[in-house]
Design a protein around this ligand. Structure first.
Ligand SMILES: Nc1ncnc2c1ncn2[C@@H]1O[C@H](COP(=O)(O)OP(=O)(O)OP(=O)(O)O)[C@@H](O)[C@H]1O
Length: 324
């Protein structure tokens, strides 16, 4: 369980023209401009949830994660991981957390994957028996066998991500922080990793907090999404609720047998707006919460017989841009 109450983080930035000595002095005296990276954020993530934590560059995502993992100390507010403070109970909290960074590996570049796992198990003081049991389980889930003896630098990006995921799960944490886990992967590898992340959540029961700029990751994996912007929480809820709240229209493109001639019917009468009329083709926008697509089609019969129909839901990326 992750509990965050009124979390706030302000950095002091020394003036850029200062000499090195003046910068050190400014760091000690606390002089300089203030930059608020995280502003009064509160949320709770329950056991087994898969939550997306998204926002534009510089929004405050990494600063939040660093406070959750105890790397940074909040200026004010509180973080509790399974009831413990990441700052005061660092060692115990770390044993409950696994972290995966898509941009950098926690494995040893020149060592075979298996050796990296041995070192990590020694660091976590995991005995041989438990290591073998956990690795067998992770191998079944992530398919580690095919590259266990390969040096990390020779792995494909998809294999490296699987190895990093295993490394983050070796000490059997309850909570997993994922930072851009599909960055740089091709379409197939992305699908594969998303499938595995979903299994880690559902089959191993891990609570997952995912940070990413890939909206497909969010749409395909998360039950819930939190949007942070300029340090504040702009949205916390399901993707469906977000779609409804932003209210972007559904788009319907209809091809008619003959050229369409529009009448004087107004939008309140029709229940949809005509966005484009081009020969036999008509594009209309409507709100699916207010009017079912079949009813829109029925009302479109006034313009002729439909031959072909194409419907598009608003793109999730567009919805998120609206929130940003
Ligand atoms: N150590 C620091 N000192 C001063 N300012 C910082 C520090 N770390 C972060 N910031 C500032 O705090 C703000 C939030 O940064 P943060 O790295 O948390 O954003 P982010 O949402 O993770 O961005 P990105 O998607 O680019 O990784 C930014 O304006 C950043 O410049």
């Amino acid at each position: 369980m992750i509990e965050v109450k009124h979390l706030h983080k302000t950095f002091r930035i020394p003036a850029p023209h200062l000499s090195r000595w003046e910068r050190i002095k400014a760091a000690v005296t606390g002089d300089g401009a203030e930059k608020t990276a995280v502003r009064d954020i509160s949320f709770t993530v329950g056991p087994g949830e898969f939550v997306g934590y998204i926002g534009p560059n510089g929004a405050g995502k990494s600063t939040t994660i660093k406070m959750l993992t105890g790397i940074l100390h909040p200026t004010s507010g509180e973080v509790r991981i399974d009831g413990m403070s990441p700052h005061k109970d660092r060692r115990r909290v770390v044993s409950r957390l696994g972290v995966v960074f898509g941009q950098r590996s926690q494995l040893w570049w020149d060592l075979p994957v298996r050796d990296s796992f041995d070192i990590l198990c020694a660091m976590y003081r995991i005995d041989r028996q438990r290591q073998q049991r956990t690795l067998a389980e992770l191998d079944g889930l992530l398919g580690l066998g095919e590259f266990a003896d390969t040096p990390v630098r020779k792995l494909s990006l998809g294999q490296r991500m699987r190895a990093d995921l295993a490394a983050a799960l070796l000490h059997e944490p309850d909570i997993l922080f994922l930072d851009e886990p599909t960055i740089g992967l091709d379409v197939i590898a992305k699908r594969n990793i998303r499938g595995l992340l979903s299994k880690v959540n559902r089959e191993l029961g891990k609570t997952v907090l995912l940070t990413t700029h890939d909206m497909d990751d969010i749409e395909q994996l998360c039950d819930r999404v939190m949007v942070i912007n300029h340090g504040s929480l702009a949205y916390d809820g399901t993707i469906g609720e977000l779609r409804e709240r932003i209210g972007l229209p559904t788009i319907l493109r209809v091809s008619f047998e003959a050229a369409v001639s529009l009448d004087n019917a107004t939008e309140p009468e029709l229940g949809f707006t005509v966005a484009e009329a081009n020969g036999c083709e008509l594009t209309v926008h409507f709100n699916r919460q207010e009017l079912p697509a079949l009813e829109v089609l029925r009302r479109l019969e006034r313009y002729g017989t439909a031959q072909d129909v194409h419907m598009e839901e608003p793109d999730f990326e567009e919805i998120i841009h609206k929130v940003y």
